[in-house]
Design a protein. Structure first.
Length: 309
């Protein structure tokens, strides 16, 4: 059994994967804030998953997905602001306590591995390349090429949210102007569609569907940003599939249909784009699938995923 843990800003999810690749037990619990609380959350999660596995530690490996800058070789986490972490040797600390190898990966990169695993289950074959487009508060991506997770020379491969697409637009949190994240993200929707709703993106899409002119304009700008992210990923690494995940993936069908509609419109204006069939490469991850936890479990065990760059 392989254990994967996804430590998020407010909640931690965990899943066990058997030797046959099937998901077993899954749990969710609150995440603590600060270094000691994060370590304690991880230990409580392992304890609870051990109980569900029969009361004895039977995990051959443990992987963790976590926000922030992660050194996958050492298991150290830096700059996970929403967790109160400025520097934590999470992997070594947990390995010392648990007596099991613990691998740590950035949560979006882990989710990319989990989505790649899901594609293999759904299609019966493993796509040779895939990008996971994470639409949440911000925007980022993870890329799997030939079954290997692409990390890059400094661990920032996939940070496409901070590619400026219009330097005349608004200031991004990274210090640049007009980044893709300022158009296609939860923050972008919050800025362009102020709302007291618990689910402002859903409210926006519902209002647009009902014919609200301002909502339609905001929705179309957002969808164009998502489509631009898909185009960017395909044109840079020519992935077979782009799987949209993250919190905004809960928009489901309307998000997928809208993104494909814009990609098809662009294809009608460009023979080059038509030739690479962007629209049919896009998918939205099924609701409830714990991509980051599944990916963490696989990163924790797979030597190819441990060593790729």
């Amino acid at each position: 059994m392989r254990l994967g843990i996804d430590i998020g800003g407010t909640k931690t999810a965990a899943v066990a994967i058997g030797a046959d690749g099937e998901l077993s037990d899954q749990i969710r619990m609150p995440t603590g804030f600060g270094a000691e609380a994060v370590v304690a959350t991880a230990l409580r999660t392992v304890e609870r998953m051990t109980e569900l596995a029969g009361g004895t530690s039977s995990f051959t490996s443990i992987g963790i997905g976590i926000p922030g800058a992660v050194d996958s070789a050492t298991g150290r986490v830096e700059h996970a602001v929403n967790l109160g972490l400025e520097g934590l040797d999470l992997g070594p600390r947990l390995a010392d306590r648990l007596g099991v190898d613990v691998r740590v990966e950035n949560d979006v990169k882990a989710a990319a591995v989990g989505a790649h695993h899901l594609l293999g289950i759904a299609d019966g074959i493993r796509a040779t390349s895939m990008a996971y487009l994470n639409l949440g508060t911000g925007l980022a991506a993870g890329v799997v090429l030939d079954g290997r997770l692409l990390r890059g020379g400094h661990g920032v491969a996939g940070e496409i949210g901070h590619i400026p697409i219009d330097p005349a637009r608004v200031l991004c949190g990274c210090g640049q102007r007009g980044c893709l994240e300022t158009v296609a993200s939860g923050l972008a929707i919050a800025r362009t569609w102020p709302s007291n709703s618990e689910h402002p993106a859903r409210e926006l899409f519902d209002a647009a569907e009902a014919g609200d002119a301002r909502a339609i304009a905001v929705r179309e700008q957002f969808l164009a940003g998502v489509a631009a992210a898909v185009r960017l990923l395909v044109l840079t690494v020519d992935v077979d599939a782009v799987v949209i995940g993250g919190g905004l993936a809960a928009l489901g069908g309307p998000l997928l249909v809208g993104t494909r509609r814009i990609l098809n419109r662009w294809a009608a204006e460009s023979a080059f784009l038509a030739s690479i069939d962007l629209a049919n490469r896009v998918q939205v991850i099924p609701p409830g699938f714990p991509a980051a936890a599944v990916g963490a479990a696989l990163v924790g065990e797979d030597p190819w995923l441990k060593s790729s760059s």
